[in-house]
Write a protein that binds this ligand. Structure first.
Ligand code: PEP
Ligand code: CO
Length: 457
């Protein structure tokens, strides 16, 4: 069994030590006293997740780093406080459906991690937004302010930190009920996939792939292995994650584990550092290096080999497998030249990282109608380039990191149901980046299956 690093052995880390560093992307709270009071309240509330669960995820990610499992990390770009229970259920359903397809075609377990139950804070390229000559603070996610363009809605309101905690708790409760209560049973999830294949025009292409899974499920059932006889086919492990952006919120939910004496950020199982806050001497790296949770770090096209090595040494000095996931988001064209040098130096240095492809954030562009979008083909091309780079370097392509929803939105272009620019306006509902809709997500899972089948992994 792998043990998490011992942050306490590091003499100068405390849950507050990030405060001596520059913390980018923090909101200005107009009422400092109210903000302070809320943080004290959060500090007294129960943890949302448990240290033991975070350690379990580290172990599963260790298997990913060795090519013995595959990571599917997916969910909203920015979760809304107004998300309905049906929408949460449908997002989970799509992730479970994708996981069944990927499990069959990778031949290894799929570790399922949602961008969910806490993905409320967004980094912004500018502190303010100007519309028709009026300048207001940028929308930073529901944990900070509201999306409407009035001074009231855009003011940072600390009560929202408590609302975020409560929304996260309610979402987690629902996820735990769905994943342990029979909703996630293999036969049921496979039946939904059959329905997708039967109903969608794009689905026809996947008929043979789905038939194969069908035969495997029938074979297992004939051997006496089915959801009635085996609990593992009725229940799944599902973990939560978000970008650890608002450091005072994360600090308030950081607790010392009574079992090990180590610190864990109990706001989610896995936390990641965004592309805009991964400075080695910055507050985000300082905070996260000291918590025992499995960590992610985004790497955009500007990341150098030296940056990556330094991040590995700082965030995972003991080289614990599963501790650090590097999430590359280069863009479909840049991945070809940008990724291999990073894979090579990390391999040579012997760091046991999980490599994951985020094919969303390097492929965003503004469509002719002015909306931010992404094209399905670019998303697929980046994943394909990611697999190819790993094959070339002899390292493991650990998984994918996606922005998606189960809702029938029109935010990304292309896919089997061919969303076009003219369609974007009809159901463009995201509060931040464009997400794959339910059918584009399943489409992507089947296209990944084809890549895996053709040995391009
Ligand atoms: C995100 O994951 O929503 C995000 C902002 O990504 P990045 O930090 O890679 O830009
Ligand atoms: Co995003």
């Amino acid at each position: 069994m792998n043990t998490a690093p011992s942050p306490r052995s590091d003499t100068d880390w405390t849950p507050r030590s990030w405060r001596d560093r520059v913390a980018l992307q923090q909101p200005q709270w107009p009422d400092a006293d109210a903000h302070h009071q809320v943080l004290n309240q959060l500090g007294d509330l129960p943890p949302l997740v448990f240290a033991g669960e975070a350690r379990e995820l580290t172990e599963q990610l260790a298997a990913v780093s060795e090519g013995r499992a595959f990571l599917l990390q997916a969910g909203d770009c920015a979760e809304s406080f107004d998300t309905s229970a049906d929408s949460i259920r449908d997002r989970l359903r799509v992730i479970l459906q994708m996981a069944v397809i990927l499990t069959y075609y990778t031949g290894v377990p799929v570790v399922k991690v949602g961008r969910i139950a806490g993905q409320f804070a967004k980094p912004r390229s500018s502190d303010t937004e100007t519309v028709d000559g009026v300048e207001l603070p940028s929308f930073r996610g529901h944990i900070v302010n509201d999306i409407g363009f009035t001074a009231d809605e855009r003011a940072a309101d600390p009560e929202r930190l408590l609302l975020a905690y409560n929304r996260a708790a309610a979402t987690l409760n629902l996820l735990r009920a769905f994943t342990k209560g029979g909703f996630a049973s293999l036969s049921r999830v496979h039946q939904w996939n059959r329905e997708f294949v039967a109903d969608s025009p794009a689905g026809q292409r996947y008929e043979n792939l789905a038939d194969e899974i069908d035969r495997a499920v029938q074979f297992m059932s004939a051997c006496g292995v089915n959801s009635d006889t085996l609990a593992d086919l009725r229940q799944v492990d599902f973990y939560t994650s978000h970008e650890a952006l608002l450091l005072d919120y994360e600090e308030a939910l950081t607790r010392c584990d009574s079992l090990t004496g180590d610190w864990y950020d109990c706001s989610a199982h896995m936390l990641w550092i965004g592309e805009r806050t991964r400075q080695l001497d910055g507050a985000h790296v300082e905070f996260l290096r000291g918590v025992g949770n499995p960590l992610g770090c985004k790497l955009g096209p500007s990341a150098t080999a030296d940056d990556v090595l330094a991040l590995c040494r700082t965030l995972n000095p003991d080289d614990v497998p599963g501790r650090l996931t590097l999430v590359t988001r280069m863009g479909a064209t840049r991945v070809v030249d940008g990724l291999p040098p990073l894979l090579d130096v990390v391999k040579e240095a012997g760091h046991p990282v999980v490599w994951v492809c985020d094919p969303m954030h390097g492929n965003t562009f503004t469509a002719d109608d002015g909306r931010k979008t992404r094209h399905f083909d670019d998303i697929l091309a980046e994943v394909s380039g990611f697999f190819a780079a790993h094959r070339f370097s002899g390292s493991h392509p650990g998984g994918v990191h996606l922005e998606l929803t189960g809702d029938d939105v029109t935010e990304c272009l292309g896919g089997g149901a061919a969303v076009e620019t003219a369609d974007l306006g009809s159901r463009y509902e995201t509060m931040c980046d464009p997400r794959l809709n339910g059918s584009q997500s399943l489409d992507l899972a089947f296209r990944l299956a084809e890549l895996l089948r053709n040995g391009t992994r």
